[in-house]
Design a protein around this ligand. Structure first.
Ligand code: GLP
Length: 232
C-alpha cells in the first residue's frame, strides 16, 4: 500500500494523473469510481484532461460502485455521476452500468464479462467504509444490499437535507469485488477523514474497519490531503 500525503491540489492532480496514465496504457480500461463530495474536484480535472486531449474515456467501461436504494432520482449517486462525470468526459453512456437491486445478482458477472475491473477509484467513509461496505463487513462479500449506519447517513445529510432523509439501505460492490481490481486508488480529503485514513492503514484487517482490507497486498495507492493525513 502506497500513501501520498500532500496539499489538496497536489494529491488531486496526482490521482488524476494515475487515472490518465491508466487510460493511456489501456484505452479499454474497466473502471469503477465512487461518487461523493471527494470525487467532484477530481472529476473536474478529468474533464479538463479530456478537453485538452490528454486522455479519453471513449473506449472505457464504467461500473457504478454503489447506490442508495429507494432514492429520489435527482438525489441519486447515479445522477451526481451523470451530471458531474459523464457530462465532463467522453464516457460512452452505452458502456456505463448502474448498480441497483434489479441487477445486483448479475453485477459481479457483468464486471467479469467486461474483463474485470482494471481500476477502482474510491473515496472513504467517515467510518472507514469503502463503497457502502459498512463496519463490520466480511472479506468475502460480493455485490449486495447493505444497511447504512447512522454515521454514514449523517455523512450524506448534505445531499438530502438531514440524516433521517438519507435512505436506510444501499447497493454496493462487495469487498471481494473491489479488491479484485488490478489497481485501486483511494482519495481522502479533509479533517473529517483523518481517523478513517489512519485506520485504513493501521487497523487490523478484521472487518471492523472495512477499508483496512486494502492493506492486503494489492496495488493500492492512498492519496490524502494534509488534513486527512494528519494522524499518519
Ligand atoms: C461513501 C460512498 C462513496 C464515497 C464515500 C466518501 O463511501 N459510498 O461513494 O466515495 O462515501 O464520500 P464523500 O466523498 O462525499 O465524503
Amino acid at each position: 500500500m502506497k500513501t501520498i500525503v500532500d496539499e489538496r491540489a497536489s494529491v488531486l492532480r496526482q490521482a488524476a494523473e494515475t487515472i490518465i496514465k491508466t487510460l493511456k496504457e489501456k484505452p479499454e480500461t474497466v473502471i469503477t469510481m465512487a461518487a461523493g463530495r471527494t470525487m467532484l474536484p477530481l472529476w473536474n480535472l478529468l474533464g479538463e484532461a479530456v478537453r485538452n486531449g490528454q486522455c479519453s474515456f471513449s473506449k472505457a467501461t464504467f461500473f457504478q460502485t454503489c447506490e442508495f436504494i429507494q432514492v429520489p432520482e435527482n438525489n441519486s449517486l447515479r445522477r451526481m455521476t451523470e451530471d458531474k462525470l459523464l457530462s465532463e468526459t467522453d464516457l460512452d453512456p452505452k458502456r456505463c452500468f448502474w448498480i441497483s437491486e434489479g441487477n445486483l445478482e448479475d453485477y459481479d458477472r457483468m464486471i467479469q464479462e467486461a474483463g474485470g475491473l482494471d481500476l477502482a477509484v474510491l473515496g472513504i467513509g467517515d467510518n472507514a467504509h469503502i463503497g457502502f461496505n459498512e463496519p463490520a463487513t466480511q472479506y468475502d462479500t460480493r455485490c449486495r444490499v447493505q444497511r447504512l449506519t447512522q454515521k454514514t447517513r449523517a455523512q450524506f445529510a448534505w445531499m438530502f437535507g438531514s440524516a433521517e432523509a438519507v435512505p436506510e439501505r444501499a447497493c454496493t460492490m462487495g469487498i471481494h469485488t473491489l479488491v479484485e481490481a488490478k489497481k485501486i486508488i483511494v482519495l481522502a480529503l479533509g479533517e473529517e477523514k483523518d481517523k478513517a485514513t489512519f485506520d485504513m492503514l493501521y487497523a487490523r484487517d478484521d472487518g471492523i474497519i472495512p477499508a483496512a482490507f486494502l492493506q492486503l497486498p494489492y496495488d493500492v495507492t492512498v492519496f490524502a490531503d494534509r488534513e486527512a493525513g494528519q494522524k499518519l
